[in-house]
Write a protein that binds this ligand. Sequence first.
Ligand code: ADP
Ligand code: MG
Length: 578
Amino acid sequence: MQFRELNLSQDILTAVDELGFTEMTEIQEKSIPLMLEGRDLVGRSNTGTGKTAAFGLPAVESITEADRDKVAVLILCPTRELALQAYEEIRKFAKYKRIVKPCAVYGGASMEKQIFQLKRGANIVIGTPGRIMDHMRRRTLKLASLRCVILDEADEMLNMGFREDIETILSEAPAERQTVLFSATMPAAIMAITENYQRDPVHIKIKSAQKTVELIEQYYFEVAMGRKTDALRLLLTAYAPSSSMVFCNTRAMVDQLTEELQKYGFRAAGLHGDMKQAQRTQVMNSFKNKATDILVATDVAARGIDVSGIDCVFNYDLPQDNEYYIHRIGRTGRAGRAGTAYTLISGRRQLHELRDIAKYINAEITELPLPDRDGIIAARKEACVRDIAAMEAVHSAYDVIDRLAAAGIDCREAAARLISRTLQADIDSIPEFEKPRPLRSRRGSSANTVKVDINIGRNRRIAPNFILGALVDATGMSGKDFGKIDIFDDHTTVEIPAAESDYIIESTNPMKINGQQVTVKLWDGSSSRKTGKAFQSRQRPADKPSFDRKKKAYGSRARSEVFSDYIPDRKKRTKKRH
Ligand code: ADP
Ligand code: MG
């Protein structure tokens, strides 16, 4: 359905048309008519599906002459960036409707300026709950004439601790009002708000998670521990995206990585919650107008950020939450365009976490080899051809060519010299990079097992599930990967796949079990330390879950079956290759 088919005034349709919107997204199609009717709504729809217009257009449409100089619509957003973004979009919707006066209020910006704007007759106020509360307390924002309250990204607002503020705002707003809530998830706290502050709301749920994510090609790279920054430089050099985002989990990492990238000549800028508002706005603007190519950000700072034309997203750190992964990669491939997401992983644990993410979003995340030097040089040459083909020569340059010719240097030679200078700069910036060791063993040999010896045993009250838990923790492998656990008085042996032994020993030293530092060594089978009868793992009571699985896998079955979970895996991999 098209916007034109809606009962919107011409002023707004013209503005929408100018923005290049014709077809409505699903959430818009469902919620705009209901909002125009004045119904209360609960909308659930993924990021990048056009929720701002879904509530912004009806909000702008609803403003009439009667709302002059009175706050009629209040929009709550979780962060300053989102408030500013919604404000800017609403301003565009209202471009031809003079009576609409939107105003953004958020923390970290000048209070005086906001008061001035509110006093100038703002009728749509967009802001963060904290700052809105500030203005309410100062009586610079009055809710008496409010007709509609909109909560955007309500779940995130609750996550950020705005629950009380939101409830205060909702209870101070006139009872006769429309309440509209958008949220990605519906935790109990949101349900409670819905119940207490909405009237007979219509629930709209758009199942578009897959749709948004499906348009994004997703890849991952295995990178040796501690080499992610170099790998990222390599990828940025090879792919040379004109606009990209890099996600880190901590503010410190954002700062460190930004600095590192800048040092190597990348036009990168960092964005996180510790920065002053003016600084954040400046970073966002420079990223939007493409003066910054690479935005390095934390999840919270980048939440919901909508910048068009982001070629790709890099997950430098794996997101701590599956939903964050969707939010992150949703920064590329906005509004139906294609995009690419690359994730860097180090260590087996991250590989497993990434597999969980892939399962959760039901998408394929494909492994790619890191580009090598030759590949990068080839890519840079290609870019050179593209760039030069798109360039225009300034006429005054031709006399230089004539003079060069007089000096015995023909055009071909002159061009080659110039091109190699450009290429050399690119080649010099390729980080030295040895190929990381593959994380997965060759499955062919994994049916062979060896034992490792851990210098902790029964006399330290150790149980098999402690041992298994510590091993799983240190290696990131699955519990199923480990075999029989024999606990002796002062040491323990564990059966492990032979092909993984180096990796296991490397990643378990040092390791703590039950608070005690232990050493893990390859077991040479010497029985000198074998004091007393081995405590066979399969004799453990059934109430030890992590151990139970072992019991099932190892019980009395033949050795060849023991690693059955490796074997199908290998088959799958071989099949894929053919
Ligand atoms: P959400 O809040 O759901 O994450 P946004 O409101 O930020 O999504 O919109 C995502 C992008 O899609 C914005 O750039 C917006 O301008 C654009 N957009 C929204 N609706 C449409 C539409 N009907 N047609 C084309 N683009 C749209
Ligand atoms: Mg949004």
